[in-house]
Design a protein around this ligand. Structure first.
Ligand SMILES: [Zn+2]
Length: 281
């Protein structure tokens, strides 16, 4: 469909569009290539530690928070449909398909980035979604009596992160500062930093979807029993099913009484993901 309008209208629409794009993580701090020096802010609010372990499923360009991993791995109270599908596909021998639904682990922490001299203090708290490689170094520092709680605002340590490579090739080397130092040079600024740090339990908790929402929005519901009716209510799925050939639909009817043939389900799942990908913002 062709859009009517002047260039000014088009620009306006473009600007509105780009403002709506959610890059998922745009608010997060990321180490640039080269060296960055950061300081971790101690636990605030309901946080027990200075970090919050988070599980993410990356499907069709979108991150979904894993309810199980985000709740300390408690799959009984916080089941995750995507993890369940991941396990079911592995059990069915569909290793490649299963890999798409794997959970990735990140460790969220409030940090400040130390500005380059001559500026002395950072005043902006950001969230760093630390990868496991960085967290491993942090864990070993905390366990080492020479360092201990590196987030201590008085006698903790800065961290130097050297990043090489871009995207999936990114590698991080993490080192502690040479000696302990204060988080901030003034009481006043320290208070300001602590009060602007986010309670990461709340922050993540608010983003976790219910089991049903997660199953349907991520698309894995097609692989789970009992979602036929719910899924068929969705317009997107009806569009997708029109594309499917009769043979698959016949097999689908047979599924009611029998064990689900995993290959048919896997192809339906892949078809659904393929349909969803371009729609994702
Ligand atoms: Zn999960």
């Amino acid at each position: 469909m062709k859009r009517q309008g002047t260039k000014a209208d088009m620009l306006k629409r473009l600007q509105q569009k780009v403002q709506q794009i959610d890059l998922g993580g745009g608010a997060f701090w990321k180490p640039q290539v080269g060296r960055s020096t950061i300081r971790i802010i101690p636990a605030v609010g309901t946080m027990e530690f200075f970090f919050k372990e988070v599980g993410q499923h990356y499907i069709g360009n979108t991150y979904y928070y894993c309810p199980t991993v985000c709740n300390d791995g408690d799959s009984k109270r916080f089941p995750c449909p995507i993890c369940e599908v991941n396990e079911a596909l592995y059990a069915a021998g569909e290793k490649e398909a299963a890999a798409q639904f794997r959970v990735g682990r990140r460790f969220y922490m409030n940090i400040i980035e130390r500005p380059a001299p001559p500026a002395k203090d950072a005043d902006r708290v950001q969230i760093f979604a630390a990868p496991q490689s960085v967290m491993q170094v942090i864990i070993s520092l905390v366990g080492d009596p020479d360092y201990g709680d590196i987030s201590d605002p008085g006698i903790g340590f800065d961290l130097k992160i050297d990043r090489t490579g871009e995207g999936k090739e990114s590698k991080y080397a993490t080192l502690p500062g040479a000696k302990p130092c204060a988080l901030s040079t003034s009481e006043e600024l320290l208070e300001a930093l602590l009060s602007s740090a986010k309670d990461l339990n709340t922050y993540v908790g608010e983003k976790i979807m219910s089991y049903d929402d997660l199953a349907i929005k991520s698309g894995v519901s097609v692989y789970i029993d009992g979602y036929e009716d719910k899924v068929e209510d969705e317009e997107e799925v009806e569009l997708e099913e029109e594309d499917e050939d009769d043979e698959v639909e016949l097999e689908e009817e047979d599924e009611e009484a029998e064990v689900k043939p995993s290959q048919v389900l896997t192809s339906r799942l892949n078809a659904r993901l393929a349909v969803r990908k371009p729609v994702r913002k």
